[in-house]
Write a protein of this length. Structure first.
Length: 438
């Protein structure tokens, strides 16, 4: 099954910057991710025009370009206000849709939303996008006493209340879903699993890394142990491949580790949009270890900026150690990699360099994961020889690293495990009753 949309509409992208040269590479990728065919672009360097965002002359040039390319959509790599959207719409040919960067992102999110949680987060983001526009209509209508002022549509006073009520309802449902997911995480920990989360910007290679870490996974066995685990994780050169979370069991020698791939960050997201998808990051905030994945082939200034943003987000609520993973080393030479390591040393003092695509450095990453996760505890139990003891020994084998088992009049077992597993084994041992006293 694929998320690739079937839309084939032709689009023109536009971007305004205050200074310098406008870069349209990312907005083209976003448009492609949404399924649009980009047939032209228009850029402008100037301060924002309050009426149409770009200057009046540039707006006329945009309309001419759209007509010439027979485009059905104009995509702005900027945030457009409600009045700018209306004014630009009057300049463009009839029937041409106009969307800004954040409406485009919401379209992509909507296409990727297959779970109830993802669908709710998209709906929440859309409502937060609409709320200030509804408030703007209300404010102007009250001030000017004209319900259809500036063509913004009929003002319905109840719309603001409806949006706010829907936002409250969605928040409540998302909270219920998160409580269920947190219960699952606790069950995983009680079963002896360490939880590792992948974080980072979209297209950094997180999904490819997840597949590499779990490439030898026996999916059938894993699904038997944990029905809520996902058996696949897409890895494509496409933005927003992962909207929700994908969890798989990692291929580790001595530890049972679950790795979760989370939604990728993206540049220049407004606060309301980040907030809408914050519950997706709970898998990061509640992990035992976070792998912060960055694309080391990008320009050093871009990497630095992204690391700063990620740290601001992750350190807000996260208490687990964070290991920076410099991915895509197959795209840089040793000299460039060394130079970027040194330049990023303040933000990433001891990173792990890997190529998720080729597998280079993955063994080093597994070793680092093992070293950063919570220490195992050593335990020695002396148990009566009963049928229930055999069941407990089997359980310990499934959830711990067993060192020795001696069978005699009593069973002596030594093992290492997570503290929670040690506590459970002690509790289970305390419930055993010798056969002769039963």
């Amino acid at each position: 099954m694929t998320d690739e949309p079937v839309r084939t509409e032709q689009a023109v992208v536009a971007k305004r910057v205050d200074s310098g040269t406008a870069d349209t590479a990312e907005i083209r990728e976003l448009a492609r991710a949404a399924g649009y065919d980009v047939v032209g672009e228009l850029t402008q360097t100037r301060t924002e025009d309050p009426a149409m965002h770009v200057g009046e002359g540039k707006a006329e040039s945009l309309a001419a370009l759209v007509a010439r390319e027979d485009a059905a959509v104009v995509i702005f790599d900027n945030q457009l206000g409600p009045y700018q959207t209306y004014n630009l719409g009057n300049v463009l040919p009839d029937g041409v849709r106009l969307i800004d960067r954040f409406r485009l992102i919401l379209e992509i999110f909507g296409q990727r939303a297959h779970t109830r949680k993802a669908q709710l987060q998209v709906e929440l983001a859309e409502l937060r996008y609409e709320l200030p526009r509804a408030e703007a209509k209300a404010s102007l209508a009250r001030r000017d006493e004209r319900p259809g002022f500036m063509g913004l549509g009929e003002y319905d006073e109840s719309r603001e209340r409806d949006i706010k009520a829907q936002i409250a309802r969605i928040r409540d449902e998302l909270e219920d879903i998160e409580q269920t997911e947190q219960h699952r995480r606790e069950q995983r920990r009680e079963s002896g699993f360490d939880l590792v989360a992948l974080a980072g910007y979209t297209n950094a290679g997180k999904s490819t890394l997840l597949r590499r870490l779990a490439e030898d996974l026996d999916v059938d066995e894993n699904e038997r142990l944990h029905p809520d685990l996902d058996s696949t994780a897409e890895s494509e050169d496409r933005l927003f491949t992962t909207l929700g979370t994908t969890t798989r069991r990692a291929d580790m020698d001595e530890r049972d580790v679950l790795v979760t791939d989370t939604v990728g960050f993206i540049t220049d997201l407004p606060h309301w949009l980040v907030e809408s998808f914050k519950s997706t990051l709970d898998a990061v905030y509640r992990a035992d270890l976070v792998l912060l994945v960055v694309d080391v082939s990008e320009p050093i200034d871009d990497i630095h900026e992204k690391l700063v943003t990620c740290h601001d987000t992750l350190y807000e609520r996260n208490e687990a150690p964070i290991v920076t993973v410099l991915n895509k080393i197959d795209k840089v030479d040793d000299e460039e990699l060394s130079r970027k390591r040194e330049s990023l040393s303040a933000l990433a003092p001891n990173p792990v360099a890997v190529s998720a695509r080729s597998g280079a450095g993955i063994d080093d990453l597994r070793t680092r994961i093992d070293g950063e996760l919570p220490d195992f505890q050593h335990e020695r139990l002396v148990l009566p020889m009963t049928d229930d003891t055999m069941s407990l020994v089997s359980w310990i084998h499934d959830n711990a690293n067993v060192e020795t088992v001696d069978y005699g009049d009593e069973v002596v077992i030594e093992f290492e495990a997570r503290p929670s597993v040690v506590e459970q084994s002690r509790a289970k041992a305390g419930e055993l009753v010798p056969a002769e006293s039963a």
